[in-house]
Design a protein around this ligand. Structure first.
Ligand SMILES: Cc1cc2nc3c(=O)[nH]c(=O)nc-3n(C[C@H](O)[C@H](O)[C@H](O)COP(=O)(O)OP(=O)(O)OC[C@H]3O[C@@H](n4cnc5c(N)ncnc54)[C@H](O)[C@@H]3O)c2cc1C
Length: 490
C-alpha cells in the first residue's frame, strides 16, 4: 500500500514542491524537511517595511509548464494568481540608448528590421525552428529521467534529435541568421539563464528564444513567491506535511537502503528519500562516502552556473526611466562572460539586470515607492565581502544615473545584499552557485548527475543540478520526472 510508504523530501524549492505534489497524488505519505524558516528555496520572499522582495527568480517564462502543473491537479493558474503578460517584455540599455523589446511579434520583427534589413523575416524563420526545438526539447526530451543514453535512441526521438542542433553552438547558430551586434546580444541573452557562454551552449537552446519572444514574459501579481504559495497549497490539500527550520544533517542508511534522515538531531524514518537540496551538498555532506555517486574531483571539474551579487533596494520615491525588467548591456558582453567562466575574476565592467516589479504590481512596495532588485552575475570561484559589494553597488548606481538622470543613493530606504557566502549558508549551495549546473553540451541530459542513486535503491535527486537543469520550469519538471520514476519503482 502506497499510503504506508513514507517519503522524506529534503528542501522545499520548486523541484521539491512539485515532487511532493505528484507523489502525494499517487498516494504516498510525503513529508518535506526545509532548513530555512520559510518555504520556496531560492524563490523565498523577503518582507521589510512594506516592501516585498522576491529573493531569486523574477522572469516568468514558459507559462505552459505552470499551466500543465496546476492542470495535473485539477486546478488552473487562475485559481491561485493573476498572470499578466508584460509589454514591452523588457528594456535593454545599449551603450548609446535604451530600447524596449516589444511583446508582439509584428512589433518585434519591425524592431529587428530597424537594425538590419531582412532580419525581421529571418527572425520569423528562426523562431519557427526554435518552436520545434521547444516542442521536442520541452516535450519528449525533458521528460526523460536520463539515466542512460539508451532512452534517447528510439527511432522517433533520434530522428527528432537530428533537427535539434545538439552539436552546433547557439552562438554560431545565431550568427548564421543575424549580423547586427545588438540583435546577436539580444538572442544570446536568454542563454545566460542556462549558466554558460553561448559558444559552449548547444543550439538546441534557441528554444529559450522561442520562450522569450513567442511565449512571452509574464508576471504573477503579488510576485514570484505566489507560485510557491500556490504549490504549497496544492501539496497541503493532498496531505503533504511541511517542516520548516528542519536542518537535515545526514541521510541514514542500513543494508544498502536509506532508512531516514537525521533532522535537528532527531531520527525521521522514511522508506524513500528524495533530495531537493543542492546535489553536491547531498552527496558530499549528507551521504556516507560508500554511497556517493560522484567524487570531490568530479564536482571540481563541473562548469557551474554563475553566482550573483544581489541587492534588494526599497526607494522612497518612484524612479522614471526603467521598466519592470531591465538589462544593462552598455558594456562588453564577451569580456564579462570571460570573467565569469574563464578567468574567474571580479568583472571590470559587468553587465547587470534590474527588476522593478513595483512598475507592474502595487502590492510589492508602499504607495509612491519603488521595489528594485539588482543582479550582477559573477564567477563561482570568488569570495565576496562588504567592500566588494559596496564597490559594485556604486558602479551600478553610476550607470543607472547615466541613463535615467537620477542618482538613487539619497533615496534608498532599504538596502540588503546577498552573494556567494549567503548562497552557501542559506542554501548549502556548491561554491555559492545561483542557478546550479550550467547546461553545456557535456552537462546535458544523461551527462548530468543522475536523478537516482545507483548504490541505494531508494534515494533520488531533484533540482537544478540534475535533469533537466536550471530555472523554475525545469525544476518543476524535475520533481515530476522523479515522482514518475518512484511510482514505477516502488
Ligand atoms: C538570483 C536568482 C535569480 C533567478 N532567476 C530566475 C528567473 O528569473 N527565472 C527562472 O526560471 N529561474 C531563475 N532562477 C533559477 C531558479 O530560481 C532555480 O533554478 C530554482 O528555483 C531551483 O529550485 P530547486 O528546487 O532546484 O532548489 P532550491 O530553490 O535551491 O531549493 C533547495 C532547498 O533545499 C534546502 N536545503 C539545502 N540543504 C538542506 C538541508 N541540509 N536540510 C534541509 N533543507 C536543505 C534549501 O534551504 C532550499 O530551500 C534564479 C535563481 C536565482 C538564485
Amino acid at each position: 500500500m502506497r499510503s504506508q510508504l513514507k517519503i522524506a523530501i529534503i528542501g522545499s524549492g520548486f523541484s521539491a514542491l512539485s515532487n511532493a505534489c505528484y507523489l502525494a497524488k499517487e498516494g504516498y505519505n510525503v513529508e518535506v524537511f526545509e532548513k530555512n524558516s520559510s518555504l520556496g528555496g531560492r524563490a523565498r520572499i523577503k518582507q521589510i517595511n512594506g516592501f516585498k522582495f522576491d529573493m531569486g527568480p523574477s522572469w516568468y517564462w514558459m507559462p505552459d509548464v505552470f499551466d500543465n502543473f496546476f492542470n495535473d491537479f485539477g486546478a488552473s493558474v487562475k485559481d491561485f494568481y493573476e498572470l499578466k503578460r508584460l509589454d514591452p517584455s523588457y528594456r535593454v540599455f545599449w551603450k548609446d540608448q535604451p530600447d524596449d523589446i516589444p511583446a508582439k511579434i509584428e512589433d518585434l520583427t519591425n524592431y529587428f528590421e530597424s537594425y538590419e534589413k531582412g532580419s525581421g523575416e529571418r527572425l520569423r524563420k528562426f523562431l519557427d525552428e526554435a518552436k520545434i526545438k521547444y516542442e521536442v526539447g520541452m516535450g519528449d526530451f525533458v521528460t526523460k529521467p536520463s539515466l542512460s543514453y539508451k532512452e534517447f535512441i528510439s527511432i522517433n526521438i533520434a530522428k527528432k534529435a537530428m533537427n535539434l542542433d545538439l552539436f552546433k553552438s547557439i552562438s554560431k547558430h545565431i550568427r548564421q541568421h543575424f549580423k547586427h551586434p545588438k540583435l546577436i546580444e539580444l538572442l544570446e541573452f536568454p542563454v545566460l539563464f542556462l549558466g554558460a557562454k553561448p559558444k559552449n551552449t548547444p543550439a538546441l537552446y534557441s528554444l529559450m528564444n522561442y520562450a522569450d519572444m513567442a511565449l512571452g514574459t509574464w508576471y504573477p501579481i503579488g510576485g514570484m513567491n505566489k507560485i510557491v504559495q500556490a504549490m504549497v497549497s496544492v501539496a497541503e490539500d493532498l496531505g503533504v506535511k511541511f517542516h520548516t527550520n528542519a536542518n537535515v544533517t545526514e541521510i541514514l542508511t542500513s543494508n544498502n537502503r536509506c532508512t531516514g534522515l537525521m533532522v535537528n538531531q532527531k531520527v525521521q524514518s522514511a522508506d524513500i528519500v528524495v533530495s531537493g537540496a543542492d546535489y553536491h551538498h547531498t552527496e558530499q555532506k549528507l551521504l556516507p562516502k560508500p554511497f556517493r555517486m560522484y567524487s570531490k574531483s568530479y564536482w571540481e571539474k563541473r562548469t557551474m552556473a554563475p553566482s550573483s551579487l544581489l541587492y534588494y533596494v526599497g526607494l522612497n520615491k518612484k524612479l522614471d526611466g526603467i521598466k519592470h525588467h531591465n538589462l544593462f548591456f552598455d558594456e562588453d558582453f564577451s569580456s564579462h562572460a570571460e570573467e565569469i567562466y574563464d578567468t574567474h575574476k571580479w568583472p571590470k565592467k559587468p553587465l547587470f539586470y534590474i527588476c522593478c516589479p513595483s512598475k507592474t504590481d502595487k502590492t510589492v512596495a508602499p504607495k509612491g515607492k519603488e521595489n528594485i532588485f539588482f543582479l550582477v552575475p559573477v564567477s563561482t570561484e570568488l569570495k565576496d565581502n562588504e567592500s566588494i559589494k559596496d564597490l559594485y553597488f556604486d558602479q551600478i548606481c553610476d550607470r543607472l544615473k547615466k541613463f535615467t538622470g537620477t542618482d538613487i543613493r539619497p533615496n534608498i530606504e532599504i538596502k540588503e545584499s546577498f552573494a556567494h557566502t549567503d548562497f552557501v549558508s542559506e542554501y548549502n549551495s556548491f561554491k555559492g552557485n545561483a542557478y546550479g549546473l550550467a547546461n553545456t553540451l557535456t552537462q546535458t541530459a544523461f551527462l548530468k548527475p543522475k536523478c537516482k542513486n545507483n548504490k541505494l535503491k531508494n534515494l533520488y535527486y531533484i533540482g537544478q543540478l540534475t535533469v533537466p537543469g536550471p530555472g523554475v520550469p525545469p525544476a518543476i519538471v524535475s520533481g515530476k520526472i522523479v515522482a514518475n520514476l518512484i511510482s514505477l519503482n516502488h
